[in-house]
Design a protein around this ligand. Structure first.
Ligand code: ZN
Length: 420
């Protein structure tokens, strides 16, 4: 059933996902590249001037885009005026789930954080974790309408998945978390691999903004990689791209949890680093912070273990650059504060392992907390709405109690009457 909408209604109900494919392509282009004039948009999207005008008029009418503030002053909206997305009008929630905590942010359409909160997990039970996430969504989405939820966590999810696949830290596989959150929160929800989510945020509004080819390599509880090639996140046809943790680095290194000798994990994970220093010191309760403090004090064992980790990381980065000719590599993850103490070893090993004809990459360090990962999950939610919008957005969702008419959805989210 359809009804004629007034222009006020259109502004009230317009989410990214309610627009057609051409309009969503315009939004995406403006988010990724910043303000652009109509002629440039038409050229990039291969749309006729008339088609582009139709699309931009709809987007201007709904307030989704606007003429760029600085440039439009005094022009009266000439065709050459650049257009930009009203990013603050389109907000997402991003959630990062670790083995023992949940981190949530509300962001604008580009992933800029507007509010954040976190919870510790009392258990890894699916219902308990789901309730904790719902509670967190309630808190961060309390002050603004939200269009979608993105959840990032370890696992072999496709780029825009509806479930958690093979998450070792929670012990989950094939858990339909997306549907559970959609039902509880009344918002479309997408699940993605957390390193890919981090990479999406880094690409859209972090240090990789403006770069079409970049790898993000993370160290922490595991070793991960997120790839953007020609502007597009690479997930692999089965969601498994980026499994580099058990790549062989040396024939004589430590043994990892899978029984490999000298793989990247055996040098680089937080567990590997703390175990090696714990053994050297006879201190079973070693932490990464303590390893860093020991290294800073000149402790030989801590420095040797971190130097080995740095050399392993340099070899991993070199392998990626050799294979993919990546001009930009960003090192990140909660293990980075330790590993970056071995920056000379990282660089030395990178130079040693790069093919003689490969171009050395620009390597940047991104030290962050888990909000950065949650922020990336919000960017994935935004990408999902623009690239593969869920079918029920903008209409009443079948099978779920709807309060009032469709246009009340935004107000519903305003008030956040979420059923925990
Ligand atoms: Zn291994």
């Amino acid at each position: 059933m359809s009804r004629v909408q007034s222009s006020t209604d259109r502004v009230d109900t317009a989410t990214f996902a309610t627009h057609g494919a051409s309009a969503r392509a315009v939004i995406r282009e403006l988010l990724v590249h910043g303000a652009l004039p109509r002629a440039e948009l038409a050229r990039r999207l291969q749309l006729s001037p008339a088609a582009l005008t139709r699309v931009t008029r709809e987007l201007l009418d709904t307030g989704t885009i606007r003429e760029s503030g600085a440039a439009s002053a005094g022009t009266g909206g000439r065709p050459g005026t650049p257009l930009e997305v009203s990013v603050e009008r389109h907000q997402m929630v991003g959630i990062k789930v670790t083995g023992d905590g949940v981190y949530g942010v509300r962001t604008d359409a580009l992933g800029h954080v507007q509010g954040s909160a976190q919870r510790q997990l009392a258990s890894t039970d699916v219902d308990d974790v789901t309730h904790t996430i719902v509670d967190l969504v309630n808190e961060v989405a309390a002050d603004a309408p939200v269009e979608a939820i993105g959840v990032g966590l370890a696992g072999t999810m496709s780029r825009f998945d509806d479930r958690v696949r093979r998450n070792l830290y929670l012990g989950w596989d094939d858990v339909p978390l997306g549907a559970a959150l959609e039902h509880a929160c009344g918002l479309p929800t997408v699940i993605s691999n957390d390193v890919r989510a981090l990479t999406a945020g880094v690409h859209w509004s972090g240090p990789a903004r403006g770069h079409d080819d970049v790898a993000v390599v993370t160290t922490g509880v595991g070793v991960g990689i997120g790839l953007v090639i020609e502007g597009r996140t690479v997930a692999g046809t089965r969601g498994k791209a980026g499994m580099i943790g058990h790549q062989r680095i040396s024939d004589s290194g430590p043994i990892c949890s899978e029984g490999h000798r000298g793989c990247a994990d055996s040098y680089l994970t937080t567990g590997a680093i703390t175990r090696a220093v714990a053994v050297a010191h006879g201190e079973p309760s070693m932490t990464l912070e303590r390893v860093c403090a020991l290294a800073d004090d000149g402790d030989a064992a801590a420095r040797r273990v971190l130097a080995d980790a740095g050399r392993a990381l340099g070899a991993v980065v070199a392998g990626l650059v050799n294979a993919l000719d990546l001009p930009n590599v960003i090192l990140a993850g909660d293990g980075l504060p330790a590993v970056m103490r071995a920056r000379p070893e990282i660089e030395e090993s990178l130079a040693l392992h790069l093919d003689r004809y490969a171009s050395p990459p620009d390597v940047q360090l991104l030290v962050s907390d888990f909000d950065e990962w949650a922020r990336g999950a919000a960017v994935v939610a935004c990408q999902w709405l623009l690239l593969e919008p869920p079918r029920w957005v903008g209409t009443r969702r079948p099978g779920v109690r709807a309060r009032g008419r469709d246009r009340d959805r935004r107000r519903r989210n305003d008030a956040v009457p979420i059923e925990a």
